[in-house]
Design a protein around this ligand. Structure first.
Ligand code: PAF
Length: 306
């Protein structure tokens, strides 16, 4: 039995190998205990902490992974520079109820070098983020499938901040009958509305001040739909115009989509998802919100756990 949530960083056990993690988690399940899993790439923030707390509230044992997965970075992306701080991450994981921290190195995860087996989920992965980062989601789907295979039956927690990633993982789990219950958790924001992300650390002071424009654009679009605007193209334009008006932000896409298929919606009826991506200096920022026809601000209020 692993025990109650730890508070000291050194009470979170670091597990570097697949074999050891499997033995530990198989023993927990054999003893009738449930496993909650929070996969991450580290450099943890309150968004990750909220996933860990949700896992700790609903499961007997919480395992989190920290692995900066080379497969999901294109050659010109920030794999080498991706921020890392294991001591800080271990303390945050401890304070958030994690028992085991799986910290494999690249050789442990990919001992034969580049993998021959790839998991891909077109057409969900081809649009939006996938249009700019064509190899990203197959890298995510492949490593998450591998992590699920290592961790075994569990509940796995993902943030809605990466809404397209969450949709792809849900679909992959359903299609491949993976024995994992996927739990989506609300976006966690800074006080001024910027969605938390490890890559926000790349923003300069001026860019950081400009970055909440994404949240303001979403707020405006949610309010418009709440007030009865049913034209998907008009709502898209509303968001795009607000981003375009911010000199430090360069719009990649603004979209009103079906929350399940992620297909663009022309006539808004019922529930939709609003998606945004913009380059603000070095990082590409993404954000999203749910909106419901005729429901003023409801979806954003529910998600806003500042
Ligand atoms: O969202 C992330 O941090 C990563 O994409 C994930 C799910 C840990 C896979 O590397």
């Amino acid at each position: 039995m692993i025990g109650t949530p730890s508070r000291q960083a050194d009470e979170v056990e670091l597990v570097p190998t697949i074999a050891e993690l499997r033995v530990r988690l198989d023993a927990e399940r054999a003893a009738g205990r449930s496993v909650g899993f929070v996969p991450t790439m580290g450099y943890l923030h309150d968004g990750h902490a909220s996933l860990m707390r949700a896992a700790a509230a609903a499961n007997d044992v919480v395992v989190s992974s920290i692995f900066v997965n080379p497969l999901q970075f294109a050659a010109d992306e920030d794999l080498e520079d991706y921020p890392r701080d294991l001591d800080r991450d271990r303390a945050l994981a401890a304070a958030s109820g994690v028992h085991l921290l799986f910290v494999p190195d690249v050789a442990e995860m990919y001992p034969r070098g580049p993998v021959d087996t790839v998991v891909a989920v077109p057409p969900l992965a081809e649009r939006w983020e996938g249009a700019t980062r064509p190899t990203h989601f197959s890298g995510v789907a492949t490593v998450v499938t591998k992590l699920f295979s290592i961790v075994g039956a569990c509940r796995a927690y993902f943030g809605e901040k990466d809404f397209q990633q969450l949709s792809i993982i849900r679909r992959m789990v359903a299609d491949l009958s993976i024995p994992v219950e996927v739990v989506g958790c609300p976006i966690i924001r800074e006080a001024d509305g910027l969605a938390m992300s490890s890559r926000n650390s790349y923003l300069t002071t001026e860019q950081r001040a400009a970055a909440p424009v994404l949240r303001r654009a979403l707020d405006t679009a949610v309010a418009a739909i709440g007030a009865g605007e049913a034209d998907g193209v008009a709502v898209t334009r509303l968001m795009a115009d607000l981003i375009d008006a911010e000199p430090l932000a360069e719009l990649d896409y603004a979209a009103v989509v079906d929350p399940d298929t992620l297909e663009p919606i022309e006539v808004i009826e019922g529930e939709v998802r609003l998606l945004l991506a913009a380059q603000v200096g070095r990082p590409r920022l993404i954000d999203n919100a749910g909106a419901t026809m005729g429901t003023p601000m409801g979806a954003l209020d529910e998600e806003d756990h500042r």
